[in-house]
Design a protein around this ligand. Structure first.
Ligand SMILES: Nc1ncnc2c1ncn2[C@@H]1O[C@H](COP(=O)(O)OP(=O)(O)OP(=O)(O)O)[C@@H](O)[C@H]1O
Ligand SMILES: [Mg+2]
Length: 250
């Protein structure tokens, strides 16, 4: 049986569009008929379940505790289907539990889910925390979602040097121009010079959604909305190339 492709979504600064990216990549993969598990590994501040209006009882902390107590039976007891093809394992509802989660559980969790899904997307935060580092280890690709801003570029330069030092080719840089109405001031060539690295993919500014909050209020992922797909054909193509790159398909 084929094992899932695993990836972590992270950044060097907060608010660059990681969660929006994760959910739209999940939607893209679902439309390609893949089975996707989204793990909200932003353990203290994860908002995937809230965004998707998921009525869930169990979360990552319950899963962690049951693994620790040897009472974990099956992942189906903890994941919630958002729609056919997309399951969600949400972050702890109570953020006070976040610091109790020990990193070792991820090894067990991944072993339990990797044969059940085509892709596992782990949405994280911008910290190099022990948990995120373990997620990196299990990932085939690590997506860095960055914005066109000075401190993002400086942080990305440091991070790409670290990946080079580790001789890791897992880093995928996604420039996200869609979080704001306006694009930033640096050109792609400025960015390359500042980061000492290429941008791998660019989500166009045309993917900016004026009604972002409405989608969140209604628990809808934009790319599952036909109207958005029609109006954002460039972004759709970028997401499809990212998905194919992750699946290693042409
Ligand atoms: N396509 C978009 N259209 C409009 N606004 C967007 C879009 N993507 C992101 N945003 C804006 O950027 C904000 C941050 O996005 P998001 O929550 O996905 O980032 P994040 O990197 O996950 O943040 P955090 O670091 O807090 O987890 C959103 O609340 C929204 O205001
Ligand atoms: Mg987020």
């Amino acid at each position: 049986m084929k094992k899932a492709r695993i990836c972590t979504i992270t950044s060097v600064k907060g608010g660059t569009g990681k969660t929006t990216f994760t959910l739209n990549l999940a939607a893209t993969l679902k439309l390609m008929k893949k089975r996707v598990l989204v793990i909200d590994l932003d353990v203290a501040a994860g908002d995937v379940a809230a965004r998707l209006d998921l009525a869930h009882e169990k979360d990552l902390y319950n899963c962690y505790e049951d693994i620790r107590n040897h009472t974990f039976e099956q992942i189906e007891d903890y994941v919630y289907p958002y729609t056919e093809g997309i399951d969600i394992l949400s972050a702890p509802k109570d953020p006070r539990y976040a610091s109790k989660i020990e990193t070792g559980f991820l090894t067990y969790l991944i072993s339990k889910v990797s044969l059940k899904y085509d892709v596992i997307l782990m949405d994280t935060n911008h910290m190099l925390s022990p948990l995120n580092l373990v997620a990196f280890d299990y990932s085939d690709q690590i997506f860095y979602i960055m914005n066109n801003e000075c401190m993002n570029l400086k942080g990305m330069r440091t991070m790409s040097a670290i990946f080079e030092d580790m001789e890791s080719d897992k880093m995928v840089v996604v420039l996200n121009d869609s979080t704001k109405k306006t694009t930033g001031e640096y050109t792609i060539s400025d960015m390359k010079n500042l980061m000492k690295r290429e941008v791998d993919y660019r989500i166009p500014q045309s993917f900016y959604q004026k009604k972002y909050d409405k989608y969140v209020m209604n628990g809808v992922i934009f790319l599952l909305d036909k109207k958005v797909r029609k109006a954002s054909s460039r972004a759709v193509k970028v997401y499809q190339s990212i998905a194919k790159g992750l699946l290693k398909e042409d």
